[in-house]
Design a protein. Structure first.
Length: 535
């Protein structure tokens, strides 16, 4: 860690030798978001302010049930007092193992009032062994859940379980109206929540997210997405996914109404003014049935141009980017039809550096790896100091003990100061000895008229496989488009057309399942003939 920091520290001083004077003048302002002070330092204080201002406004709607801001705040005060009486204190981790519901929101807000951090997981989606691992790593003594789920939790004798729905039926007392918490010793660097990765490549890691991190993105433009009282915001994502915090905390902090979905995502989306989704989930919705929507924000994976064009034709459309470790997103573009689709610019109080392998700033237009700095940088991984030291490094540009995060995303600055996302470092593969950017192949396929979504994967050292959707996509046309625009080694040997691209529980493309599907096809016909398949 120290050795790498030494290679980075001279970067700012040495950059004039590596970049033209014009580039040197531009990369600094390009990489810095505006300086803005959020209205609140703790996200639950913003929610409490909404409860004080519009107490009877509907905070959330779920399956015919509603809860007002006053009632949400009152129930959370009562639960927070109980948590504190049971020994929950600042710095503790409280498991929030639930399903989408109004009690879920009460539990979330109560944990924050108690000064602790909540750990959200969707029971029924997260396997029991992963839940057990999460509780062990987080040392969670208190688990908040629903009565219908309690029997499915891998609890230990030392853990105390509170069923939120049963708790909310208990009689209230006058003191429930008084906001709990407000310790003078609390700081914005106190943890707000811990988000565990999906664990698709091993055991999940917990990312420690602070109130400073959260307030910075949710309480400033454009991350606030224009949310305000009277607007309806969809809650359609897996609650363990960082973008779900954008939905829930973002909505409640601005006094809007959270529309918590049931099984039918589209039924909920049709009623909303604001939608936050991955491109894959947004692609399952019919824009013609969602004309009430005024603002859409997508992140989590590359956004296909046709998808951005469809939705931006009638609503404000944000294409955003940022791993969990940089607090939901740290770059955003307000995209308009006819513009170049990018991931935009750094959000307020945040920085982005495009660096080469030596840690030097790349020239404008030159590809490098994106590092994130500023207020977005989270507090590292829970119980994994080695991984924290590997991915989080001292920020040589901001200095003053600040940290930056290695995103593992490739990018470059445009002449206009926008960031182009060029795929993950892991998605830059070697085929027949040549370097291939998988997302670039997918983008060519998505330029075909009938193709709405494409995913390209490395099948082996000589072949790529591409999946296109819908199943009516003209495979011959797609192959011709690739042959016209790409080098021969970039043309997928196997193309499979599907009705729907399979997704993970977090709404991203399930690449593991797709690769299994491709290997199954490969085990059939002789792939040396470069077959094309409509499945």
């Amino acid at each position: 860690m120290q050795e790498h920091a030494k290679t980075l520290k001279p970067a700012l001083a040495c950059s004039p030798l590596l970049m033209s004077p014009v580039d040197q003048d531009r990369w600094q302002p390009f990489g810095h978001g505006p300086t803005v002070t959020p209205a609140f330092s703790f996200i639950h204080h913003a929610i409490e302010a909404q409860a004080a201002t519009t107490p009877q406004a509907v905070a959330a709607h779920w399956q015919g049930e509603t809860i007002t801001y006053n009632e949400l705040n009152r129930q959370a005060n009562r639960l927070a007092a109980l948590l504190i009486s049971q020994g929950v204190k600042p710095g503790d981790h409280v498991a929030l193992f639930v399903e989408r519901s109004i009690p879920m929101l009460v539990g979330m807000l109560a944990v924050l009032k108690a000064g602790a951090a909540y750990i959200p997981q969707h029971v029924g989606i997260t396997p029991a062994p992963q839940l057990r691992h999460i509780m062990e790593v987080a040392d969670s003594r208190v688990v908040l859940t629903l009565s219908s789920l309690q029997s499915r939790l891998p609890l230990t004798p030392t853990q105390h379980c509170i069923c939120l729905d049963e708790f909310m039926r208990l009689p209230s007392i006058l003191s429930d109206e008084v906001n709990v918490g407000g310790s003078l010793s609390a700081t914005p660097d106190q943890l707000c929540f811990v988000l565990f990765t999906s664990g698709t490549t091993g055991l999940p890691n917990g990312v420690r997210v602070t109130h400073r991190n959260v307030c910075n993105i949710l309480l400033t433009e454009p991350g606030n997405l224009g949310m305000k009282p009277g607007m309806k915001v969809g809650q359609i994502l897996n609650i363990a996914f960082d973008m779900a915090a954008w939905e829930m905390l973002g909505c409640l902090a601005h006094g809007a109404t959270l529309m918590i979905r049931g099984k039918d995502i589209e039924q909920t989306a049709e009623q909303c003014d604001v939608l936050i989704a991955t491109p894959s989930i947004l692609g399952t919705l019919d824009p013609a049935r969602c004309q009430q929507v005024k603002v859409v924000a997508v992140a989590g994976e590359p956004c296909p141009q046709p998808l951005a064009d469809r939705w931006s034709s009638f609503c404000t459309f944000f294409n955003a980017c940022g791993p969990t470790e940089t607090t939901i997103v740290n770059t955003m573009q307000c995209y308009r039809v006819g513009e170049a689709l990018s991931i935009g610019k750094p959000t307020p109080n945040n920085t982005v550096y495009v660096l080469d392998e030596a840690g030097q700033p790349c020239a404008i237009g030159e590809q490098g790896e994106m590092w994130a700095g500023g207020v977005c940088v989270t507090a590292g991984y829970l119980g994994n100091a080695a991984l924290t030291a590997e991915r989080y490094r001292p920020d040589p540009f901001l200095g003053q003990g600040r940290m930056m995060f290695r995103t593992r995303d490739l990018g470059r600055w445009t002449a206009q100061g926008d960031l182009e996302h060029l795929g993950r470092v892991d998605d830059q593969v070697k085929v027949r000895g040549f370097r291939v950017e998988l997302d670039s192949v997918s983008a060519v396929l998505e330029s075909c008229d009938a193709c709405e979504r494409a995913v390209t994967l490395k099948l082996d050292n000589r072949h790529l496989v591409a999946f296109v959707s819908p199943a009516t996509t003209n495979i011959d046309e797609a192959r011709r488009r690739c042959e016209e625009r790409l080098a021969y080694y970039c043309v997928p040997s196997l193309m499979i057309a599907l009705d729907v691209i399979p997704l993970t529980s977090r709404g991203k493309v399930d690449k593991r399942l797709l690769l299994d599907m491709a290997l199954a096809h490969q085990a059939g016909p002789d792939t040396n003939t470069a077959p094309v398949v409509n499945a």
